[in-house]
Write a protein that binds this ligand. Structure first.
Ligand code: ADP
Ligand code: MG
Length: 267
């Protein structure tokens, strides 16, 4: 179908356009329906929290959005590029150019300095050593760890390690940050620091999608999606998040946006 975007569509160009994503895992005679037809649009510059019980399909969706995995069926476009038919190397290329990942367990190399950990995505992207160093330092500066580049992960606190991981996610200047339970291993004060940092990056224009099971953490996002049994069952706009407020929206102030739900329900 030809799309004829109106001027208002262009103002919030969709970064993510997913239609009818299905993911089925087969193990022996067991079939798991991890995603049962998920349709979702995420605009550039949005800040989205995905919630839902364990096993409801959140990570499966993040892996597909992150071009780490392909759906069994359905369509996915990232920044206008069709993803679903791509070969693994083309998928890796999109991933490197467009996406930064943040994980619950930080996934830093243990005996490697913070600076070198942040350089890693650029090693894969073939960036020269001097430029790698410069960009990695700039990314560490951006997360407030400019002075700690020489420290290994074991010499840093959990919150600092997650900042290093965020610097690593930022270093190729992606359009999208995908964070699967980024505060899951952190205490509440440190979690707030990390959410403040993600909010600041979002304010600078980065599209941010996080998975969390904590309502307090989800309240930092501008939009909240709730998963159940492989489907989106709620799609809520959280007021007071125009990119100019500090901190999370108060709980109980959620407001349903029927347009978003309608968009998500398009066959
Ligand atoms: P969540 O992140 O919401 O906890 P997941 O997306 O990890 O949920 O999992 C959704 C469902 O898919 C679960 O039933 C899970 O056991 C199953 N699943 C996830 N990954 C695999 C896999 N690689 N092989 C088989 N089943 C999987
Ligand atoms: Mg998960």
């Amino acid at each position: 179908m030809p799309d004829s975007p109106s001027p208002s569509d262009q103002a919030t160009a969709p970064l993510i356009e997913a239609r009818n994503l299905v993911k089925t895992y087969t193990m022996g005679d067991q079939t798991v329906h991890a995603l049962r037809g998920v349709s979702l649009g995420i605009a550039e510059g949005d800040f989205v929290a995905i919630m839902g019980a364990s096993g409801s399909g959140k990570s499966t969706l993040m892996n597909i959005l992150g071009c780490l995995d392909l759906p069994t069926s359905g369509e996915y476009r990232l920044a206008g590029e069709e993803v679903e038919g791509l070969a693994p190397d083309a998928l890796a290329s999109i991933r490197n150019r467009r996406i930064g990942f943040v994980f619950q367990q930080f996934n830093l190399l243990p005996r490697t300095s913070a600076l070198e950990n942040v350089e890693l995505p650029m090693v894969y992207a073939g960036v020269k050593a001097a430029q790698r160093r410069e960009k990695a330092q700039a990314a560490l500066d951006r997360v407030g760890l400019g002075e700690r580049g020489g420290h290994t992960p074991s010499e840093l606190s959990g919150g600092q390690q997650q900042r290093v991981a965020i610097a690593r996610a930022l270093v190729n200047n992606p359009a999208l940050i995908l964070a699967d339970e980024p505060t899951g291993a952190l205490d509440s004060k440190t979690s707030e620091d990390i959410m403040t940092l993600l909010t600041e990056l979002n304010r600078q224009g980065m599209t941010v999608v996080i998975v969390t099971h904590e309502t307090d953490i989800a309240a930092w996002a501008r939009r909240k999606l709730v998963f159940r049994d492989g489907q989106i069952v709620e799609d809520l706009r959280q007021p007071g998040h125009g990119g100019v407020t500090d901190g999370p929206a108060g709980s109980g102030k959620l407001e349903s946006d029927p347009n978003l739900l309608a968009q998500g329900a398009t066959p």
